[in-house]
Design a protein around this ligand. Structure first.
Ligand SMILES: *[C@@H]1O[C@H](CO)[C@@H](O)[C@H](O)[C@H]1NC(C)=O
Ligand SMILES: *[C@@H]1O[C@H](CO)[C@@H](O)[C@H](O)[C@H]1NC(C)=O
Ligand SMILES: *[C@@H]1O[C@H](CO)[C@@H](O)[C@H](O)[C@H]1NC(C)=O
Ligand SMILES: *[C@@H]1O[C@H](CO)[C@@H](O)[C@H](O)[C@H]1NC(C)=O
Ligand SMILES: *[C@@H]1O[C@H](CO)[C@@H](O)[C@H](O)[C@H]1NC(C)=O
Length: 447
């Protein structure tokens, strides 16, 4: 049962998660974000694989990763982050997380950085609260280019904090329920709320990966103040949402073209997206599914440009960040979404505040996020510095005004007429033109 669900999930995910070398190849990124840092690391990772394999084998030997192999074995550790008795058979160690990584022969580099930041030492050595640390093993640091070895102290502290999650997140939670988890890094672009890590299942080997690429290779589940996982790559605080599209042209080149055609970056920068945003980003396939006529209209006619801009605005929610398991509201609030409950929210978009309606359902390891009743999120929770990207498999279009409901046709192409009709209220010139032709009463009933 578990095998089946794991495979279904990862097949879905792997259609997006390309081999990393491909994924991050030769795309220039803003240096200050740590993006370039990540890119170089990834580019070199293929040649470093044998070294990493050996390092991991050593790490397993020392950390005892086999302790994690059986989910049942770990299960009793805790039922909720922050509570629960230690697992039988493995008494809690007297060591704090700080002491553990300081003494461990495979985490010396991270430990050395921690030592230079008193506030982080305090966090990881205090028993006033529990933490879960994702510590990059030493080999994770091996391929950082020289000019990135001296970032500012603040940047390093942010980097360290992004590896620390307040609370206890036992391994079986990472496998079965955790989608994103808050870290000890409070992000200005999220209005001071925690930057989150994404945990998803990878195939090779099967198991949780942090932010798509950093694999958990072992861990120590019962320290005096929490849990330590070893990860095989450093995890840098994420890029701004907009920059993520440039990284993955194989999925987003149509979206990028649409941004370019409508000068959408100017729209975004004017929108005041300063407290976290949610972007429902359609893949190339999603645009293609609109059909050749709609695409020709949107991308090759002067008139279509305005409609394209309206579609893009309908994909962006300013100042509200919806992860599949947490919600950062417009009012600076943040809440974790309850498990085993459906969550529904209407989020106002940049398209005249017209709302997208979003349903989130979670069952076990699965999460299903659906926009307007029918547009599925195919890759949830791509965390960004200033919000989150939910990758959608179809282009969300404002619902038909005669259907008050939220249902969205799942069939393929859309005609140019229907597209125009559904967007007419938001595209200025056409509203005037159509006004002249006499408007049917149905139009007014809804206003
Ligand atoms: C922890 O410390 C106590 C006393 O300080 C000792 O009795 C116990 O054996 C220690 N446990 C471990 C796992 O080292
Ligand atoms: C760590 O390395 C040192 C020196 O190489 C060695 O003496 C020590 O036993 C190692 N510690 C562990 C836990 O393997
Ligand atoms: C870490 O905490 C222990 C007590 O749990 C204390 O003895 C030790 O001095 C602390 N280390 C640092 C570096 O603060
Ligand atoms: C940390 O977790 C352990 C095990 O669940 C629990 O016994 C302990 O009370 C927790 N500590 C704090 C400060 O919450
Ligand atoms: C987002 O919040 C900022 C700051 O409160 C505000 O200036 C801006 O207008 C908001 N944007 C939208 C689209 O609500």
């Amino acid at each position: 049962m578990k095998q089946v669900s794991l495979l279904a999930f990862t097949t879905l995910a792997s259609s997006f998660i390309l081999p990393q070398a491909e994924f991050f190849r030769d795309e220039p990124v803003d240096d200050s974000s740590g993006g370039a840092f990540l890119l170089s690391l990834e580019r070199e990772s293929a040649s470093a694989q044998p070294v990493l394999n050996q390092a991991e084998a050593d790490f397993h030997a020392q950390f005892g990763a086999s302790r994690f192999e059986d989910d049942e074995d770990v299960a009793p550790l805790a039922d909720h982050p922050g509570h629960g008795p230690p697992r039988h058979g493995h008494p809690r160690s007297n060591l704090t997380i700080y002491q553990f990584i300081s003494q461990n022969n495979y985490t010396t580099k991270f430990a050395k950085l921690v030592d230079q930041h008193d506030s982080v030492v305090k966090l990881l050595n205090s028993t006033d609260a529990n933490y879960t640390l994702f510590v990059p093993i030493d080999s994770a640091f091996e391929h950082i280019p020289p000019h990135h070895k001296d970032p500012s102290k603040e940047l390093i502290e942010a980097f360290l904090r992004y590896h620390i999650a307040p609370g206890l997140f036992p391994f079986h939670h990472l496998l079965t329920r955790t989608k994103t988890l808050p870290t000890a890094l409070d992000a200005p672009a999220l209005d001071g709320r925690p930057q989150r890590l994404r945990v998803g299942l990878g195939l090779h080997p099967p198991g949780p990966q942090v932010n798509f690429f950093s694999r958990i290779v072992g861990g120590e589940p019962a320290l005096a103040n929490g849990i330590v996982y070893g990860v095989h790559r450093i995890v840098v605080p994420p890029l701004p949402a907009r920059a993520l599209f440039d990284l993955v042209p194989s999925q987003f080149s149509t979206l990028l073209l649409a941004y370019q055609r409508t000068d959408f970056d100017a729209v975004l920068s004017k929108a005041g997206i300063v407290r976290g945003s949610t972007i429902f980003a359609p893949t190339n396939g999603a645009f293609a599914a609109l059909g050749p006529r709609a695409n020709a209209f949107l991308f090759a006619t002067e008139k279509g440009k305005k409609y394209l801009a309206a579609l893009l605005k309908y994909q962006v929610v300013a100042n509200e960040t919806l992860y599949s398991d947490a919600f950062y509201g417009d009012d600076s609030s943040s809440s974790e979404l309850p498990r085993r409950k459906r969550f529904h929210v209407d989020l106002p978009t940049l398209l005249d505040d017209k709302a997208v309606s979003v349903d989130v359902a979670r069952f076990g390891a699965f999460v299903r996020v659906v926009v307007n009743g029918g547009v599925g999120v195919v890759v949830p929770d791509v965390v960004a510095r200033d919000g989150v990207v939910q990758v959608v498999g179809r282009v969300p279009i404002p619902p038909h005004k005669h259907h008050r409901g939220r249902e969205e046709s799942l069939e393929g192409e859309i005609s140019v007429e229907e597209l125009k009709e559904r967007l007419a209220d938001y595209v200025e010139e056409d509203r005037q033109e159509e006004g002249l032709q006499g408007v049917d009463e149905g139009h007014f009933e809804d206003l």
